[in-house]
Write a protein that binds this ligand. Structure first.
Ligand code: FES
Ligand code: FES
Length: 401
């Protein structure tokens, strides 16, 4: 046994412990502070990260005896810290946590990024965060929270933080902030989405596609559909915003002035349901027969926020057939953000585009009364959800749709 004395969150803790006790167990068992979470206990996940003499340390692979006489700060001890005072509300604002298991470690690493890299951009933040794993959030909120705090304490906006940065540099023998290039010895790994392209049935049996990918502006989903009408006719129809909105399942316009609309979109997919209220503006390029609808909205139930651009372009396939190519770029913030990149959501949106295409074809059909009702305006959660799942199962076993 060894007798050690550690200053734990400003409180002296003196104990007799075995040499093999790691700091994480010491904090939890001897210090009675359970905010430090142990995940992998192999130094991989970062959940157990605490500050030892103000430096982030993985408490699962640090021996407590090695911390004898040192200052250890855990998530319970950040109250007076000026960086944490900014990080805490930023994490809430950007929904940077869900179950919270990784959060104590994320906060310790985020504080370190804010202090060491005042000019960190998104790739740098992601690189520095790569030693902390989160099962829930998709990281977008965490990165956004850190960027938010970096913006808030730019220049000399927070003298206490500036003083902490200088003290840290002095302790490391550095005279100026480490340049980003010098501190990035390897390139970041860019994940590409290859598995979610979902061939789905299109009007007139054209094999249509919905493909998803992630960009720094959000999630991108591309799809297309064809309608049996001339491109000029389709272009004229697409200028009629109330008519177009009527073709989108779950959409409802509440106001319409020129190229601006306000309304709501109700989505129900399995257990998930949301109703986004928002506004959008249409920008059209008549010569190129392309347009983009830029909108933003908020879900009344979960308070999740969505921003997105729906760009579309008409391609004349033949004098009596037009292909509409749709490019959706969106980002979600708030509780629903966890769903935004899942393959099922991409498939779901692919189906939505196909439903929209079918409704456009029905609405433009001269043999049909313009007042005849379209298929139900609200998405049928069971049938649409089931068709997406069925499509996935078929793909899994190598069958087409
Ligand atoms: S528990 Fe320490 S790194 Fe995973
Ligand atoms: S592991 Fe759940 S919030 Fe990160």
């Amino acid at each position: 046994m060894n007798t050690i004395a550690i200053e734990l969150n400003g409180r002296p803790v003196r104990r007799d412990i075995s040499a093999r006790t790691h700091l994480g167990d010491f904090i939890r068992d001897e210090g009675r502070l359970t905010g430090t979470h142990l995940g992998c206990e192999h130094g991989v996940c970062g959940a157990c990260t605490v500050l030892v003499d103000d430096q982030p340390v993985r408490s699962c692979i640090a021996f407590a005896v090695a911390c004898d006489g040192r200052k250890v700060t855990t998530v319970e001890g950040y109250d007076a810290d000026p960086v944490m005072a900014l990080l805490r509300p930023a994490f809430s604002r950007h929904h940077a946590l869900q179950c919270g298991f990784c959060t104590p470690g994320m906060l310790a690493t985020s504080r370190d990024i804010v202090l060491r890299f005042p000019d960190a951009d998104e790739p740098k933040i992601r690189l520095e965060l790569s030693g902390n794993l989160c099962r829930c959030t998709g990281y977008m909120g965490i990165v956004a929270a850190i960027r938010d705090v970096l913006q808030q304490c730019g220049g000399d906006a927070h003298p206490e933080i500036t003083a902490l940065r200088q003290a840290l540099r002095a302790a490391r023998g550095e005279s100026a902030p480490v340049p980003l290039a010098a501190s990035a010895p390897f390139a970041t790994f860019e994940a590409t989405d290859t598995g979610t392209a979902a061939p789905v049935a299109a009007p007139r049996d054209e094999p249509a596609q919905a493909q998803g990918s992630a960009s720094d502006k959000g999630t991108r989903i591309q799809g297309r559909f064809s309608v049996p009408f001339a491109a000029d006719e389709v272009w004229r129809f697409m200028a009629d915003l109330p008519a177009v909105a009527g073709c989108l399942p779950g959409a409802e316009l509440t106001e319409h002035t020129g190229d601006r609309v306000k309304g709501r979109v109700a989505i129900k997919f399995g257990p998930m349901s949301a109703s986004f209220n928002g506004a959008a503006r249409l920008e059209r390029d008549d010569a190129a027969r392309s347009a983009v609808l830029k909108g933003a909205g908020q879900d009344t139930l979960s308070q999740s926020r969505a921003n997105g651009d729906v760009a579309y372009r008409l391609v004349e396939v033949s004098p009596g057939e037009t292909r509409v190519e749709v490019d959706l770029l969106y980002s979600l913030q708030g509780p629903l953000a966890q769903f935004s990149r899942s393959g099922l959501v991409k498939d779901f949106v692919g189906r939505l585009i196909q439903e929209f295409g079918k409704n456009v074809a029905l609405r433009m059909d001269p043999a049909r009364s313009p007042d005849a009702p379209l298929p139900p305006a609200r998405l049928n959660a069971f049938s649409l959800g089931w068709s997406v799942l069925w499509s996935r199962i078929r793909r899994l076993f190598g069958a087409g749709d």
